[in-house]
Design a protein around this ligand. Structure first.
Ligand SMILES: [Zn+2]
Length: 275
């Protein structure tokens, strides 16, 4: 998956660091990031290439000693060979560590943009020096990074079939799994049960944690579960959320060549009998 970058390691702890000539610079706007593909490999601009237009740079994280910064300036000029990419353009690119850096930079950038002003009193906020937090100098409000937990669940039945879905209104030909955001006041397991009842009208048992995955382009932390069908396999589709939901045997599940997401890993493992 995209966050599995060993033997490299992402150090997420906030440090007060100065940008250096060889620091990687992330220009982000909305869910897009400026980068280039060089000899098939994903490369982010270096500070020495863009220092005249990067503006103030905010430290984000490091990967195995290499520092990444967010450019506060708006990219207006051309950077040779660089193009705006969205998360679909980078998710399955090599090196995986650079793709993961881009996804994480998008998440931090979206948070930064949303906390430029205090949500309580409207004053301009400032960076805290010691931790990743924006502080209101007027009323003292502290704004920490926002992460939205969401569940994703691979449901199987006793005929060795997997419940797959496709989202309503999307053109993707890839199958997905039932997923949804955790509501305030519910556990992850309750969220699994609620989402399955809402979206496809089925009950499950044996809910087991599978793995988690930061999915930065949309600010999520995905928490994956497996579960067994409990009772009827009859699907009652919520057509506002889903365009399709059905049970597939391993032979009916198409081969997946992109292993970047938890969804795709779980579907692939089901197909190969190791979920
Ligand atoms: Zn305030």
């Amino acid at each position: 998956m995209i966050h599995e970058i060993a033997p490299k390691h992402m150090d997420n702890q906030y440090h007060e660091k100065e940008v250096q000539d060889d620091s990687r610079i992330c220009f982000c706007t909305g869910r897009k990031i400026l980068g280039r593909i060089k000899d098939g490999m994903l490369v982010w601009p270096l500070y020495r290439e863009v220092k005249d237009r990067a503006g103030e740079c905010t430290y984000l994280f490091s990967i195995s000693g290499r520092d990444y910064f967010l450019a506060e300036g708006k990219e207006e000029g051309e950077i040779e060979d660089a193009v705006w990419m969205d998360w679909r353009d980078i998710r399955d690119k090599e090196p995986t560590a650079e793709a993961f850096a881009g996804m994480t930079a998008m998440h931090l950038s979206q948070w930064h943009n949303s906390v430029q002003y205090c949500g309580c009193c409207g004053a301009k906020t400032v960076h805290d020096k010691k931790e990743r937090m924006m502080r209101c100098p007027s009323c003292g409000n502290m704004m920490f990074p926002k992460i939205s937990p969401a569940i994703i669940v691979a449901v199987t039945d006793d005929k060795n079939r997997l419940l797959v879905t496709k989202y309503a209104g999307r053109t993707s030909d890839q199958y997905a799994l039932v997923a949804g955001f955790v509501e305030i006041g519910e556990t992850l397991e309750e969220c699994v049960q609620r989402e399955l009842m809402e979206e496809v009208g089925i009950r499950v048992k044996n809910i087991c944690y599978y793995a988690s995955q930061p999915w930065g382009c949309v600010g999520n932390l995905m928490v994956g579960f497996t579960a067994k069908l409990d009772g009827s396999d009859q699907i009652h589709l919520d057509k506002t959320e889903l365009g399709l939901a059905k049970w597939l045997t391993p032979e009916e599940v198409p081969e997946i060549d992109d292993n970047s997401s938890l969804t795709r890993e779980m579907i692939r493992r089901f197909k190969h009998g190791c979920l």
